[in-house]
Every structure is written in structure tokens, then in C-alpha cells.
Design a binder for this molecule. Structure first.
Ligand SMILES: NC(=O)c1ccc[n+]([C@@H]2O[C@H](COP(=O)([O-])OP(=O)(O)OC[C@H]3O[C@@H](n4cnc5c(N)ncnc54)[C@H](O)[C@@H]3O)[C@@H](O)[C@H]2O)c1
Length: 446
């Protein structure tokens, strides 16, 4: 089948590559000329495990191409995917300008029936706006062409995106047109083989399903962080509590890890956007507002612990920082807890020596002129000349470090662990002081 994907970011590139992998002919359109140039030169602009192989293979096979030519994109595919960003507007609502710009382009150039598929995360009612925008552009051209607008939200996780797309938990298709539902079923057939994962529903329910899923996951994290903060004050250990509650199948072990707060391009903005939609619908969503507040507070916990440890004086201190990406296996630093921590440290007069396996270029792009920021080529190098170590991303390579080396390198042998990676007894027995999240009092080394 022929399809066009607008937006060549994390979702658009993965969708394009996976759709091409199953034999479709895919044209990816982006307005970012530099990004398209890089893709056409064989460079992958983001880090996503396995994506490079998929892209290379399918470009070579002639099934995947990249262009800035909107007209060519609209002419190419019966299926027109919208996978552009929906960043937060100033008031927290989802900014739909990119989605509607794509709708406008499709209306301006289509000459035949098109199925417009919204994969971006968008508020309830967006499909109607897309439909209106396409209709208005067609009316201007004095054309009366048939088209459908489908909501097909994406649930992939950065870091495991290829696998999530190839073997999805569910494929949500929101449409009021049974014929379109059947075309989508045929399109998704290769991803739907061992059992039917496609769930069809009306458009508005599909749009809300995506927000509800992300809000539920974000709620789990903020809940655990809330309990972690209680555990700390009450002398309990959140890791034991986590294991204790996860054993209940109604709760389960997934996604109940306490930490330095959730970040990324989805949870924070989606919780905010849903809270905004709720207020606009006349039902202020108190739970969602609190999920966000708890998370914002949590992103400051490591800094607070550091500040308390150094009696409020971090001026002139050098902090080794392991992890910049908002989670492992991605280079994405959107709303990452590392950014809140670093910015607080710089404000307090401290210097940061950071290392991340994949997010170094992104950090360089975000903080090009920050004089109190050094990017180091390894975790070990970040320790050189540092006073103390903070960990904010649970990359595998940080899980079993050489604690003797850490102790000997640091002027003040203290670890501030925002991801509860280590056994406190083991770390302290090696002469380090260890602060983690929700693990009782800070444990002093001897
Ligand atoms: N990143 C994720 O893990 C994830 C997962 C599920 C859903 N989503 C949702 O998918 C959407 C895309 O997210 P992303 O992370 O891929 O975004 P991204 O920022 O990585 O990529 C968006 C791309 O769209 C391009 N673009 C903007 N306007 C355009 C236009 N008019 N025509 C063509 N291209 C245009 C941008 O240049 C950019 O390359 C968002 O709504 C997001 O919430 C993201």
C-alpha cells in the first residue's frame, strides 16, 4: 500500500520504517530541510535502537523515501498519516498548529479520495478541526472530494519503539466509517497476526484513550513518588514497599518505580493538556493537576538532598552527573529531570560534569553557552575532579560501577541516586554515603 507520513520525528520515522518493513511504499514528509537532508544522506537524526537498520534496509529496497515536497506527499499515499509534534501551548493546552498545517496542506493538494490518519496525540475534537480545515481548503479550490479523518493514536515507547510498533499491545482506530475501519484493518494486518489487536471505536473515544493511558501511567509514577517521600520521613524503605504492593495482581509490578520524576515528550505535556481540556469541559481534573504538581516537586528532590547535605552551600562545588536523557535508550531530553537538577545546580553556583551514552549532542544543542557545564566522554571521566556524584537516568552501564573508584575520585564520597540503582548497605560498606529516593534516612558511610 502507499502511504505518506507527515513528521519525521520519533513517531513518524518509526511508523514510516515499520510500515516500509512490511512491504508498503512510504513517503516521509517533514518541513525541517536539514532533517530531510540528513535522512537522505543516510544519517538518522534521533537515537532509537534498531531504527537505523530498518531505515537503511527499506531505503535501499526503494520502499522508503524522505522529502520536504508536500505536494508529492499528498499525491503519493491513499493513507496520509499526521505524526507531527503537539507541544504544550503557554496555557498547557496542546498546540495544534502543526497538525492543522498538515490538514491545510492535504486540503490544498489532494485530488482524490484520502484517508487522513491522526497519529499525533491530540485533544478530543481535533479530528473535527482537521476535517473542517481540509474542507475549507477544498472549498477554496472549488472541489468537493471525499475524505475520511481517523484517530489512530500511537502508544510506542522511545527506546523500544520498533518492537512496540511491530508487536503492539493494541491498535486503536477511531472512525465512524466501517469501510475505513476495514481499510485500516488491512493496513495493520501484518502487525496483527497472532491475535487481533485492533480495537475500533468512535473518533472521540480514540482521542481520549491516548490521553487516559498516559495520564494513568503518570499517575502511577506520581503516586509512588508520593509514597516514597512518606517512606523517607517515616523510616521505611520504598523499595520494600514497592515489592510488597506489586505482588497484588490488581496493582502489579509494572511502572511503580519511584525516582526523580517523569519527563519526556509525552507524559508531562499530555497530563497538562488533559487537565486543560478537562477544565475547558467544565470539570477541573483535580487528580491530574496533582499528578503534575507532585512530579514537578519530585524533580527537585535530588537538588534538595544535595543542598541539605552541603548545608545549603553548593557554590563552587562540582557535581558529576550520570544520565541526561529522560530515560535510558533514548537521546530525548524533553522535560528530563536532569535539566531541572542541572539548572538548579547552576543557579546555586555549582558546576556539572555530565555523561550520557546517547544524549550528549542533544545536551550540547540545549546548553551551548553554559560555562558551568562540561560534557565528558565516559562515566569515569565525569568523576574526575568532582565533589560528588548524582545519577538521574538508569542506563544499564551505571548499574554496576566500580564503587572503590567512585569513592577515591570524589572529594566528598557521596552518591545522590535518583533511580534507586544500588543496595544501600553495599554502597555504604564501601565507604560512600548514599542518598536515594524513599529509602529512609540518608545512609552514612564509615
Ligand atoms: N515520542 C514519543 O514517544 C511519542 C509516543 C506516542 C505519541 N507521540 C505523539 O506523536 C506526536 C509526534 O511526536 P514526536 O516525538 O515524534 O515529535 P518530534 O518532535 O520528534 O517530531 C515531529 C516532527 O514533525 C515535523 N513537522 C512539524 N510541522 C510539520 C509539517 N507541517 N509538515 C511536516 N512535518 C512537520 C517536525 O519538523 C518534526 O521533525 C506528538 O503528538 C506526540 O505526543 C509521541
Amino acid at each position: 500500500m502507499r502511504m505518506t507520513i507527515f513528521g519525521s520525528g520519533y513517531v513518524g520515522l518509526v511508523t514510516g520504517a515499520c510500515m516500509a518493513e512490511t512491504g508498503n511504499h512510504v513517503v516521509c514528509v517533514d518541513i525541517d530541510e536539514r532533517k530531510i537532508e540528513r535522512l537522505n544522506a543516510g544519517e538518522i537524526p534521533i537515537y532509537e535502537p534498531g531504527l537505523d537498520d530498518y531505515i537503511e534496509r527499506n531505503v535501499e529496497a526503494g520502499r522508503l523515501e524522505f522529502t520536504t515536497d508536500v505536494e508529492k506527499g499528498v499525491a503519493h499515499g491513499l493513507f496520509q498519516f499526521i505524526a507531527v509534534g503537539t507541544p504544550p501551548d503557554e496555557d498547557g493546552s496542546a498546540d495544534l498548529q502543526h497538525v492543522l498545517a498538515v490538514a491545510q496542506s492535504i486540503g490544498e493538494h489532494m485530488n482524490d479520495y484520502r484517508i487522513i490518519i491522526d497519529k499525533s496525540t491530540v485533544p478530543v475534537g481535533t479530528a473535527d478541526k482537521v476535517r473542517d480545515r481540509v474542507s475549507a481548503a477544498l472549498a477554496k479550490r472549488q472541489l468537493d472530494l471525499e475524505f475520511d479523518v481517523v484517530s489512530n493514536p500511537e502508544f510506542l515507547k522511545e527506546g523500544a519503539a520498533i518492537n512496540d510498533f511491530m508487536k503492539p499491545d493494541r491498535i486503536i482506530v477511531g472512525t465512524d466509517n466501517p469501510r475505513t475501519a476495514e481499510l485500516l484493518r488491512a493496513l495493520y494486518e501484518p502487525f496483527n497476526r497472532n491475535h487481533d489487536r485492533m480495537i475500533t471505536m468512535d473518533v472521540r473515544s480514540a482521542e481520549l484513550t491516548k490521553y487516559a493511558a498516559n495520564a494513568m501511567l503518570a499517575t502511577k509514577i506520581s503516586f509512588m513518588n508520593e509514597i516514597a517521600n512518606l517512606a523517607e520521613r517515616m523510616g521505611a524503605d520504598i523499595e520494600k514497599v514497592r515489592i510488597g504492593i506489586g505482588s497484588d495482581p490488581r496493582i502489579g509490578y509494572h511502572f511503580i518505580y519511584p525516582g526523580a520524576g517523569f519527563g519526556g515528550s509525552c507524559f508531562p505535556k499530555d497530563v497538562r493538556a488533559l487537565a486543560h481540556s478537562a477544565a475547558a469541559a467544565g470539570h477541573p481534573a483535580k487528580l491530574l493537576e496533582t499528578v503534575e504538581d507532585v512530579n514537578n516537586r519530585q524533580k527537585h528532590r535530588l537538588f534538595e538532598k544535595m543542598s541539605a547535605h552541603f548545608d545549603g552551600d553548593l557554590k563552587g562545588k562540582t557535581i558529576a552527573l550520570w544520565g541526561l536523557a529522560f530515560k535510558p535508550n533514548t537521546d530525548d531530553m524533553r522535560e528530563a529531570p536532569s535539566r531541572v537538577l542541572m539548572e538548579a545546580l547552576w543557579d546555586a553556583g555549582a558546576t556539572v560534569r555530565a555523561y550520557d551514552p546517547e544524549a550528549m549532542d542533544e545536551a550540547r544543542r540545549l546548553y551551548p553557552d553554559e560555562s558551568k557545564f562540561t560534557l565528558c566522554s565516559s562515566a569515569e571521566e565525569a568523576l574526575a575532579g568532582a565533589d560528588t556524584l548524582a545519577i538521574v537516568t538508569e542506563w544499564q552501564e551505571f548499574r554496576s560501577p566500580d564503587f572503590d573508584k567512585i569513592r577515591d575520585e570524589l572529594a566528598t564520597p557521596v552518591i545522590f541516586d535518583g533511580r534507586n540503582l544500588y543496595d544501600p548497605d553495599m554502597v555504604t560498606s564501601l565507604g560512600l554515603t548514599y542518598y536515594a529516593i524513599g529509602r529512609g534516612q540518608s545512609v552514612k558511610g564509615d
